[in-house]
Design a protein around this ligand. Structure first.
Ligand code: GNR
Ligand code: NI
Length: 175
């Protein structure tokens, strides 16, 4: 297992549309495990391969509240695709490991249905609402080069990017 480096906006790699996985191999299963390790260490509830500079349509998530005693519930998605979205919308405060320290309300379809492959290359469908729906859409957005701040007003987005650039300028390289 290896912990990967999470890219922080603005980074041109975060704006790239990731390519589908053509074959589910041991290499893919290793990347998914490394992504889970990276996500748990961050900590976060989801992570897309784009965020760790890997150009593949891979997502991991775990929405279990382990602080409340729930067992970890890792989820792995290969080539996830939204197959339906509700007309009804919902607002949820989102954060992102690639937009650290900023939390904003995002309006999205309240429910979604996603088709993906599991780590054995078998197709499955997940249907969700609430945090699961928001997280699935947030992660699939990453694979398409979109961040949650792209759902905010231009003014809010520009303000956040400006602050992130300022923070980066003041950072010294970690050795
Ligand atoms: O850790 C995360 N929390 C979160 C909260 C609300 C909606 C989406 C998320 S995903 C985020 C981790 C992340 O950046 N995934 O891409
Ligand atoms: Ni994110």
């Amino acid at each position: 297992m290896a912990k990967l480096k999470i890219l922080v906006a603005p980074d041109p790699l975060l704006k790239q549309k990731a390519h589908p996985v053509t074959e589910v191999t041991d290499e893919i299963r290793t990347i998914l495990d490394d992504m889970l390790e990276t996500m748990y260490a961050a900590p976060g509830i989801g992570l897309a391969a784009t965020q760790v500079g890997i150009d593949k349509r891979l997502v991991v998530m775990d929405l279990a509240n382990t602080e409340e005693g729930e067992e970890p519930a890792p989820m792995k998605f290969i080539n996830p695709e939204i197959i339906s979205l509700s007309e009804e919308e919902a607002v949820l405060e989102e954060g992102c490991l690639s937009v650290p320290e900023f939390y904003e309300d995002v309006i999205r379809p309240a429910k979604c249905k996603v088709k993906a492959l599991n780590e054995n290359g078998e197709e499955f469908i997940t249907e969700g609402e609430g945090l699961l729906a928001a997280c699935l859409q947030h992660e699939i957005d990453h694979l398409d080069g979109e961040l949650f701040i792209d759902h905010l007003s231009r003014v809010k987005r520009a303000m956040i990017i400006k602050k992130l650039i300022k923070i980066k300028k003041h950072q010294t390289v970690k050795m």
